[in-house]
Each structure stands twice: as C-alpha cells, then as structure tokens.
Design a protein around this ligand. Structure first.
Ligand code: BG6
Length: 478
C-alpha cells in the first residue's frame, strides 16, 4: 500500500479537461465572434464540415450543437464547485480566441470576453484549482478562415501571437500552465477544425495541410517565447492526439508502415520539443510535392523556443498493415483510420480500448523527448442512462479509468515524469467528432439531448464518487 501511495508525486495535477466550444454555449454572448467550430452542424453533414466545408456561412436548415452546448457560460460557478467537490487540483479549459478578438485580428480586445475568463480563473482560485489553458482548441476565428484561408496564410501567425500576448498579460497572475494548439496533428485528419483551412479542387491537400501546420508550428514557438517572457514562472506545452500504432503482423513491411504512421504524428512534437524539422520530412516533402517555404527566421524561432512539457490526448492505440484485404475490417478512432485489433475491446462508438497502449505511448513519447509529460485527455464516450434516482450506474466508465490509471502508474514506475492527468469531459459536453450529446464522457450528467432539448440540470454519476476517491488517495485507491 505504501509503495502504491508513493508512485504518484505529491503535487500531481489531477483533474478534468474541456474545450470552450464544447461546453460554454453563449455563442454570440457579450460580443463573441464566430469560429470554425460554430459552423459545424449536428448530423450526417458534420463529417464533411469537419474536413472541408462547402460553405462558411450558417445555414437555416442545420442545428449547431456548440451554440448552446451545456451552457457553461451561465453554469460555470456550479460546475467548478462540483469539480472542487471531486477534489480537482487542475481544470484544463480553452480560451475562445473569438471571445477576445471576435474577428481574430481586431485592433482592441473585447473587454467582456476577457472578463468572462477572469471570472472563471477567479472561481478556480477560490477552490484551489490550477487552470491549464489551451490557446486554440479547434476554433480558428471564422473571419480569418474567410479572409485568409485560415492557417494556410502566414499572416495568421501574427494575429495569433497578438492574441496570445494579450491573454498572457491579462492572466499572468492567474494562469501558470498553458498549451498552444490542441491536437496539433489534427490538421492532417480533420483539416477544417484543425486549422480553419478548406482545400479547393485541383489543390494538393498535403501541400495546404503542411503549410498550415508549419504556420501553426511557428505560431506555437512564438507563443512559447511570449509566455516565457511575460510569465517567467509559467510552463507551456504542446499537445498531440496520440496513440501508438501497432503493426498488424510481424511482417517487416507492416512494422515500417506503423513507424511511418507514428512519425506522421510525432513530426509535430518533434519540431515543438526539439526545435527543428526531423530529417525524415525531407524525403516525404519531396515525394509529395510539399513546399512549406521555411525561412531562416522560422528555423531560428523554432530552434530557440521549444516547449517545457509534452501533453497529449490518449483514447486508443492504432493498428496498421500494408495488406489491403485486412483493411476491410477497420475502425475510425478520433478521425484516424485503424485496422481492427483482434486483441482489444471496442466502445459504443467503435473506438478501441487499450490501457496498455497508454503505457506504451507514454514510454515512447518520454523516450523521444525526455521532457515531463501531461495526460490532458483520456476517457470513455458512452451511452449513459439516467435512472429514477437521477444517477447513472456507469461502472463501465470506472472500469475504463481504473485500467488506464493502472497503466499510467506503470509508466511512472518505468521512469516517465508525469505532471498530471486530466480526464476528458468531466462533465458531459458536445462531442467534437459526432456533435452528439449522447456520446457522454462525464462524471457529471447533463440533462440535454442531441437536439438541444433538456433542463440542463447536472447530476452526479456513480463515477463521480469513484474519481473523488482516486484523487483523495492520490491514485493509491483505484
Ligand atoms: C479530442 C479533442 O479529439 O477528443 C476533444 O481534443 C474531443 O475536443 C475528444 O471531444 C473526444 O472526441 P469526441 O469526438 O468523442 O468528442
């Protein structure tokens, strides 16, 4: 038992993670502008919009689940109090750039937007909860998408840098942990939400995606620079959609394919953590006619301003092969294709469940960078039924977390330095991928359905008390 208790460091940041557009609502409140995610409809059209929307205008016939979300905008005190009741040490949230700069590049920031986050950080402080703030979580300002083509334009770097400087100055006494871009590799899998880009007929999609990626990488380095200058005692990290890729067989071709898939993701954190483009990109760029126009100044910026820690989301591992026949049995997880892995169970949304994959991923990332890690997303999206006592018996969620946290502890025993763990969606919120409310992740149930109907009342699920105990015992009791 004592050995167990000592595995997780005393100051470990336990908590939960959310994104502004998936829970706040108030989509036009107090001068907020529209962002890329505000034009993502619910239903069958969503996938098209996530990748390459045919229009950047709101359409009357669509329902937009982010517009009200779970109305955290008006419930944040109650919600943060419930997080505090669970014993949260940390709350990961994102600032909506368009609350601060409605068009992304306005001359002056929107004071009402700044005050909203002041109020949230003050509420966190009241409960001794450390905020961990993501600067961009899938929400490129829509005006920048329209006028500049999103992150394909180099000019957006300067607008982002300005926004970052404003929020660093404003919140320098309140926020000491920052992340630049959520799941920065998402530009390759869901390009519109990843980087606000649309790809026109006849364009080379990879060229547009990697150009946007380069601009985000430079912007991330400039945000890191500004953070270090304005808040010297803060830590700033990068954020990757992770999950190791297994070869389907021991065929060396499958192994190399898996390695290539992992490099596709690690490319981003290689740059953010090491400060330069990895050598393997040269051949890839040449063979795919990609020219990102990297300048000597870009190289110097990337080299000088590397992140302090590496954070990541982990939901599933992936599996790949060069055998096309095997690909007939695939499952898409978090926008990424994968061959079905016969050794794993799958969720209601067909995402593989692989706790050992978390340990492998943590070891791989730590071996690669030797920097502290932070698990900033992990969780189970499932169908929950509220019972007559307004509770949800979500034992399946407890089981999911228990197994993942066991493996997280194994990774710490393996020598991985870990700053904290924030579960995804500690309170039910709108799913980024499907737009559904019925894909629930929370320890707290929110009475809202896929069409936005409901009382928005909050109820504790069975997992609420379980997670509370985990935090109270610093992970000794799982
Ligand atoms: C990550 C995102 O991709 O996974 C979150 O950072 C997202 O925004 C989470 O919600 C879970 O995905 P989904 O599609 O189930 O909401």
């Amino acid at each position: 038992m004592n050995k167990e208790k000592n595995i997780i460091p005393e100051n470990f940041l336990w908590g939960g993670a959310v994104a502004s557009n998936q829970l706040e609502g108030g989509y036009l409140a107090d001068g907020k502008g529209l962002s890329a995610v505000d034009i993502l409809p619910a239903g069958d059209n969503r996938q098209i919009y996530l990748e390459n929307p045919p229009s950047l205008e709101l359409q009357d016939e669509f329902f937009y689940p982010s517009h009200n979300a779970i109305d955290f905008y008006n419930h944040y005190k109650e919600d943060i109090a419930m997080f505090a009741e669970m014993g949260f040490k940390c709350f990961r949230l994102s600032i909506a750039w368009v609350r601060i700069f409605p068009n992304g590049n306005d001359k002056e920031p929107n004071e009402a937007g700044l005050q909203f986050y002041d109020a949230i950080f003050d509420e966190c402080k009241k409960h001794n909860i450390e905020p961990l703030v993501t600067l961009q979580h899938f929400d490129t300002p829509l005006e920048l998408c329209k006028q500049y083509g999103g992150w394909r334009s180099r000019e957006v770097i300067g607008f982002f840098e300005n926004y970052c400087k404003v929020v660093f100055e404003r919140y320098k006494d309140k926020v000491k942990y920052w992340l630049t871009f959520n799941e920065i590799n998402m530009v390759l899998h869901a390009p519109f939400i990843g980087a606000g880009i649309t790809v026109k007929d006849g364009e080379n999609p990879l060229q547009v995606q990697y150009l946007a990626a380069h601009h985000q990488l430079v912007a991330s380095a400039l945000a890191t620079k500004a953070c270090h200058e304005i808040i010297p005692d803060a830590k700033i990290g990068c954020m990757l959609a992770s999950g190791t890729t297994y070869p389907y067989t021991a065929n060396p071709d499958d192994f190399f394919h898996a390695l290539t898939r992992d490099r596709q993701a690690y490319f981003f954190t290689d740059v953010q953590s090491r400060g330069y483009y990895p050598t393997y990109t040269k051949r890839f760029f040449e063979e795919n006619n990609i020219d990102i126009g990297i300048t000597e100044e870009d190289k110097a910026i990337l080299q000088t301003h590397v992140v302090d820690f590496v954070s990541f989301s982990y939901y599933s591992s992936k599996c790949t092969t060069t055998d096309e026949e095997v690909w007939k049995h695939n499952s898409d997880t978090n926008f990424m294709r994968s061959v079905r892995n016969p050794y794993l169970q799958y969720t209601d949304w067909d995402w593989s469940i692989d706790p050992v994959g978390l340990r492998i991923t943590m070891n791989q990332i730590y071996d690669r960078y030797q920097k502290p890690l932070f698990v900033v997303e992990n969780g189970l999206g499932a169908i929950d039924e509220l019972d007559e006592n307004n509770c949800v018996d979500d034992q399946y969620r407890i089981d999911y977390f228990r197994e993942h946290l066991k493996q997280m502890k194994e990774a710490i025993r393996d020598g991985v330095e870990l700053l904290g763990y924030t579960s995804w969606g500690p309170i039910d919120l709108v799913s980024a991928g499907s737009g559904q409310m019925s894909k629930r992740y929370g320890f707290i149930y929110v009475d809202r359905d896929n069409d936005g109907n409901g009382t928005y009342a909050r109820y504790k699920k069975k997992s609420f008390d379980w997670y509370k105990e985990v935090i109270a015992t610093n992970g000794a009791e799982l």
